[in-house]
Design a binder for this molecule. Structure first.
Ligand code: AMP
Ligand code: GLY
Length: 427
């Protein structure tokens, strides 16, 4: 079987790594990939948004299954383009992907299907938004409506902060088109978890829960990023809470989308805050989370290709998804200046020892230049280990990172630490 993975981050490296373990897989291609992915897949130099060329490639190479990582090709309709040509692909259609592409759509949807979420207002006129926030109680959450690479959300504590944020998003348009509309939301208090679920549009099977670390600095401080590390499973979601999430969130989401004629096939990502009033949905994504996927896939026992084929064919036949009785942690190593700037072309050293320690190093922003593995901006590596306990996995990952070096590397020293109740001085 030949598989095409679309994407170029740590998530796609983890996907390609897991898919390569399936018996029937003879060849993996990845477009556009990165330096790490090139070790287990043939790199295809086609951009993420070049849907027609990607479909031409899949047709020409007789690809049996295409797996899409990032949201952009999904929201542009890669699944529709492939399916029109009879090509098998894992992911939701353009219409179903709108659950991530527009926060306003997602909030309206949740209201309509009684899916628990923070109360909210949507504005397309900045003056109306400013009037509303002058009378609201704080803290509040202000969000750009469209895709803003995870950076379009600001928690504000005062009316003047709220007003400045509204101006940035709607008037100065710092996130471009994503700021045409804006949401103002109730601030939810509680533990934040990620639950990703596999679905054929009817049946929904949740994966183990995971927890991301979104801020750049230790102790959850500094600006929001795409995610600086994750671990799985979490102890925030015992079986009883997972059942509530399935009943109150996942099932009604998938049946609601089907009722609206937006049948959702693929993986549905839910960002959930577990409040003292139960689970509340913060956000949906129409794809696997990154870095969460890097911490979740090493725990998967069931064959991933089988799951993807079933879903792509529209019928999830598997009764149960099996997980290893282990914990896994992924620590993201980023370049200097991330998330604001993108420093590149620094030689990465010390990757050879990671295998010996028992770590996987999933590449994100890496490239090969002059025969060397160099940084390519943003998040660079996801150093990952699974072990019998979360504590043991964390120890392994940080030992491995000690041996990795590139100019300006930065990472958080507290990934997963809250769950094991130790601080970074322990390691
Ligand atoms: P989003 O842009 O919706 O993905 O949100 C980014 C981050 O902001 C989330 O991961 C939360 O940590 C935080 N956040 C977003 N909405 C809320 C909310 N209503 N209450 C509390 N925190 C929030
Ligand atoms: N780690 C957050 C996301 O994938 O959206």
């Amino acid at each position: 079987m030949k598989i095409l993975v679309v994407g170029k981050g740590g998530r796609e490296h983890a996907l390609a790594w897991k898919l390569a373990q399936s018996k029937g897989v003879e060849k993996i291609y990845c477009a556009p990939g990165n330096a790490g992915i090139s070790k287990l897949a043939e790199i295809v130099p086609i951009g993420l948004t070049d849907l027609v060329r990607l479909a031409d490639f899949a047709q020409e190479k007789k690809i049996d299954l295409t797996v899409v990582g990032p949201e952009l090709p999904l929201t542009l309709g890669i699944v529709d383009v492939f399916e029109e040509r009879g090509l098998r692909i894992f992911g939701p259609t353009k219409e179903a992907s709108e659950i991530e592409g527009s926060k306003a759509f997602a909030k309206d949807f949740m209201q309509r299907y009684h899916i628990p979420t923070a109360s909210f207002r949507i504005f397309s006129d900045p003056a109306e938004a400013v009037d509303f926030i002058s009378r609201a109680s704080y803290p509040l959450v202000v969000k750009a409506d469209g895709l803003a690479a995870g950076k379009g959300t600001v928690i504000v504590n005062t009316p003047s902060e709220a007003q400045a944020t509204i101006e940035n998003i709607m008037v100065k348009k710092v996130f471009g088109q994503a700021g045409e509309r804006l949401l103002v939301e109730e601030f939810l208090e509680g533990e934040e978890v990620t639950v990703m679920a596999l679905t054929d549009g009817e049946r929904v099977i949740p994966m183990v829960s995971s927890q991301d670390h979104k801020r750049i600095f230790d102790g959850n401080t500094g600006p929001n990023t795409g995610g600086m590390g994750a671990y799985a499973p979490t102890n925030v979601i015992p079986d009883k809470m997972m059942k509530r999430i399935v009943d109150e969130v996942l099932d009604p989401t998938i049946s609601g989308l089907a009722e609206m004629g937006r049948m959702y096939k693929g993986v549905l990502y839910t960002g959930i805050i577990v409040t003292d009033r139960g689970p509340k949905v913060l956000e949906y994504n129409c794809r696997f989370g990154d870095p969460e996927t890097q911490a979740v896939l090493p725990l998967l026992e069931t064959d991933l290709v089988e799951i993807f084929l079933d879903i792509a064919d529209g019928y999830l036949n598997i009764n149960e998804i099996k997980w290893k009785d282990k914990s896994c942690v992924c620590v993201v190593v980023a370049s200097r200046g991330y998330p604001e700037s993108e420093e590149k072309d620094k030689v990465i050293e010390g990757l050879d020892r990671c295998d010996e320690i028992g770590c996987m190093v999933f590449h994100a922003g890496t490239a090969i230049k002059y025969g060397k593995c160099v940084t390519n901006g943003g998040r660079i590596l996801g150093v990952t280990a699974a072990d019998h306990s979360l504590r043991a996995a964390i120890a392994k990952v940080y030992e491995c990172i000690q041996g990795i070096n590139f100019d300006g590397m930065q990472y958080r020293r507290d990934i997963g630490m809250r769950a094991v109740k130790v601080d970074s001085s322990y390691f």
